[in-house]
Design a binder for this molecule. Structure first.
Ligand code: ZN
Length: 410
């Protein structure tokens, strides 16, 4: 008798819900708590009107927090009522949300654990539940959080493409630059996937209030923004521009490495990361090799220096300063015949409005970097994602700044 009363208190149950039985299965290390509904009346979950109990559903099980390290389940044949307006409906239970396979307290615990560990497989293992069940809890938490979002003013957003795994599966990510959060994610990186992302993630009012969108020079995104957000300015921010310039340096390096190797010169063999890494972050060994290469004044080193010099562009205080800097910088790389860099420069010139908008709006460039790093982290821990929906839920769960927790049971 005592254990029933104890579990009733632990579960916070009140009349007419009663614990009718507690089964201990020592061999399987499981506890089953049976709950019954001791009333002839119940409320319609839709309209809250009271009706006579119509019948009972099949016995269902909800996973609850462990009791002394034993898996604990609540079982109940939940009553149904027959509402005049809504038909036959299962009444609400105080320990779980509708169509949930776990109790509210279990969900809370799982969410807390996930936020602390940031690791889905470890959390599932610790809770002794399947990955699917954990994913279900995460999906519900994200849904809950998205529905609780309010219509804040959003001034600056970013739109980015991220690969889901090695190969060519991409997703588009919409982020709120000021609040440092992901608004939503869509599959693919086409104009239509970016368009639907913008329309799904932002209300009409938010779209109207938007000032600028930062992104790389991907045509599909530019088209989508021009179509869906005609009043917002397009900004090509430092983070994305530096990526193009780094790419130019790497292409220069590859070309030159091949040339040198023909005459058996291995100077640039396996030097990719040497030219991508910030010298401040190099090991002593890397730094000494890098310096030795620099002394040779190879084309690659010149391209690298041109890339480094371009950082000055982003420190321009006025649009005119920026234009002036760009013209000089361009003359310099043309004079040195840095072909791969000239190619990047031509692309920058074709997108000069967006480039100069970066100076105009002074958008916080660290957001794009932050987002990139965090999504990479999610991918690494998740060991790549095969299903788009799992990737989307993980990104929104960890980076959406959502109110994920279920309401406590009443
Ligand atoms: Zn009803």
């Amino acid at each position: 008798m005592k254990d029933k009363e104890l579990f009733k208190q632990i579960l916070g149950l009140s009349h007419p819900w009663e614990v009718s039985k507690v089964d201990l299965d020592i061999a399987n290390e499981e506890v089953e708590i049976e709950i019954i509904y001791k009333s002839k009346k119940g409320f319609c979950p839709e309209c809250e009107v009271e009706y006579d109990i119509y019948d009972h559903r099949e016995k269902r099980r909800w996973r609850h927090l462990d009791t002394c390290q034993m898996k604990t389940y609540i079982v109940c044949k939940v009553p149904r009522i027959k509402c005049k307006e809504h038909g036959v409906k299962t009444i609400k239970v105080p320990w779980a949300e509708k169509s949930s396979r776990t109790t509210l307290l279990f969900e809370r615990f799982a969410i807390e654990l996930l936020l602390a560990s940031k690791n889905q497989s470890k959390t599932a293992q610790f809770l002794r539940i399947s990955f699917d069940m954990l994913h279900h809890i995460m999906s519900k938490a994200v849904e809950r959080g998205l529905s609780r979002r309010t219509e804040e003013d959003i001034k600056y957003i970013g739109i980015d493409e991220k690969s889901m795994k090695r190969g060519h599966t991409y997703v588009s990510v919409l982020s709120d630059s000021e609040r440092r959060r992901v608004i939503d994610v869509s599959e693919g990186r086409t104009t239509s996937s970016a368009s639907s992302l913008i329309n799904k993630g932002l209300t009409e009012k938010q779209k109207e209030g938007l000032k600028a969108v930062s992104m790389d020079m991907w045509k599909a995104f530019i088209k989508a923004v021009q179509k869906e957000l005609p009043n917002a300015s397009i900004v090509h921010d430092k983070f994305h521009i530096m990526k193009y310039l780094n790419d130019g340096v790497d292409k220069t390096r590859r070309e030159e490495a091949r040339k040198l190797q023909k005459s058996n010169d291995k100077t640039l063999v396996k030097s990719k990361y040497l030219f991508l890494k910030n010298p401040e972050n190099m090991t002593d060994k890397q730094l000494s090799r890098f310096r030795k290469i620099q002394e040779l004044n190879l084309i690659t080193s010149q391209a690298w220096a041109a890339k480094e010099n371009f950082k000055e562009f982003f420190r321009s205080e006025t649009i005119n300063d920026a234009k002036f800097f760009f013209a000089e910088w361009y003359q310099d790389i043309k004079g040195r015949s840095l072909n791969k860099m000239i190619k990047v420069a031509k692309m920058l010139i074709a997108h000069s409005d967006g480039l100069l908008n970066y100076i105009r709006y002074q958008i916080d460039n660290s957001v794009a970097k932050w987002l990139n790093g965090k999504i990479q982290e999610i991918k690494t821990v998740g060991r790549g994602f095969r299903k788009f929906e799992n990737f989307r839920i993980a990104i929104l769960f960890f980076l959406g700044k959502l109110d994920l927790f279920p309401q406590e049971s009443q």
